[in-house]
Design a protein around this ligand. Structure first.
Ligand SMILES: C[S@@+](CC[C@H](N)C(=O)[O-])C[C@H]1O[C@@H](n2cnc3c(N)ncnc32)[C@H](O)[C@@H]1O
Length: 354
């Protein structure tokens, strides 16, 4: 399926949670939803045999390919600047230098979208542009620079939450958070088309605000790059797993990635039984039409090796696995508490019983 717009230029599920859930072993054959590529690159750093990434939108695969090639070919400092973590004025020049290493489809797509490279590819998604709009234009209208800096600088979660209650949780903050997290605006400008098709939650902003407050009570923003990015449009000292120098060194040399542009169901229907030992499914059940949920699970079970692990997230729609898939509820709950992105309603770590 071709599209011109990258929906997600980053992954909004915590890689550290994913890696703990998957517990990768040598010999693992992994299927991962591509999305922004970050979590699939994190998987690639593990001791695996083969990684297949699947996304219904081909440009998400082109994004991951470009991130991987840039990590391989550039110095670490150049890599951070090229993707947009640090400033750079020569990103198009660097991209053209990478030409020989990128597939011709990915190179053609990016050549037609060089303006996205110029802004830094980690910021070019529809969702990330929406967040940047919030941090750049809305937040300064809610809070002064001093208040924002003090909030980010809290040294303990107690101090952080006290500051939130006393100086952050103002009428303006609540009002603008409510507007920015409304179903109407999220559907129109932020999240992937279809994400709200079967969501029953009416007051999304209320749910998200409660989830955010819960995270603020337990996780420092300075070590939570998800919330840090939402408030500043960039990263502080805490970086996503795939951008940390020691992890780049682990995935750059591995060449075992197969890119598939297809819906998961259509792809799995062509895959032999007993192929994959681990699945990272992001929160795809959220956007899956009701009549595709059971067939997708059937194909996951058929293509899974004995005792394979499946990890997925719930956002606003609770998705239970079928009877032949066991959800390890207490481990899932432990990982949900560890998760740093605040949007989610649950994490599921499941085993395929066969
Ligand atoms: C599921 S979305 C979610 C991202 C983020 N967690 C959120 O909640 O907004 C992540 C990626 O999954 C892809 N995707 C969604 N449903 C899919 C499906 N059925 N098959 C293949 N890819 C899918 C999208 O194109 C997108 O790049």
């Amino acid at each position: 399926m071709k599209q011109q717009c990258i929906n997600y230029s980053q992954c909004w599920e915590d890689s550290d949670v994913l890696l703990k859930a998957l517990s990768l072993k040598s010999g693992d054959t992994v299927l991962s939803i591509t999305s922004g590529g970050d979590n699939s690159l994190a998987i690639l750093s593990g001791p695996i045999k083969k990684l297949t990434v699947v996304d219904m939108h081909s440009c998400q695969n082109y994004l991951m390919e470009l991130k991987l090639i840039a990590a391989r070919k550039l110095s670490y400092e150049e890599f951070l600047a090229f993707v947009g973590v640090t400033p750079a004025s020569n990103r198009i020049y660097i991209f053209r230098r990478l030409r020989k290493s990128i597939s011709s489809e990915a190179f053609d797509w990016w050549s037609n979208n060089e303006h996205l490279i110029e802004m830094g590819i980690i910021h070019c998604g529809r969702f990330e542009k929406y967040l940047t709009l919030f941090s750049k234009y809305i937040l300064p209208f809610i809070h002064s620079k001093k208040v924002i800096v003090n909030f980010l600088a809290a040294k303990s979660v107690n101090e952080q939450y006290r500051f939130y209650l006393k100086s952050w949780n103002s009428f303006r903050w609540k009002t603008y958070f409510r507007i920015a997290s409304s179903k109407f605006l999220l559907r129109k400008f932020a999240r992937q088309d279809g994400m709200f098709g079967s969501i029953k939650v009416e007051n999304i902003a209320k749910v998200y605000l409660l989830r955010l407050e819960k995270k603020l009570k337990t996780k420092l923003i300075s070590s939570n790059y998800f919330i840090y990015y939402c408030l500043t449009g960039g990263f502080g000292t805490d970086l996503p797993f795939y951008l940390r120098e020691q992890n780049v060194a682990k995935y750059i040399r591995k060449r075992k990635v197969v890119y598939i542009s297809s819906t998961l169901l259509q792809y799995l229907q062509k895959v032999p039984s007993n192929t994959f030992s681990k699945y990272n499914l992001s929160d795809i059940f959220e956007a899956l039409p009701e009549d595709k949920v059971a067939p997708t699970w059937r194909e996951i079970v058929r293509t899974a090796k004995k005792n394979a692990t499946v990890v997925y997230w719930d956002n606003l729609r609770k998705s239970e696995p079928p009877a032949d898939v066991q959800d390890y509820k207490s481990f899932s709950k432990e990982l949900y508490i560890m998760e740093r992105a605040f949007f989610y309603g649950g994490v599921h770590v499941c085993e395929i019983l066969k």
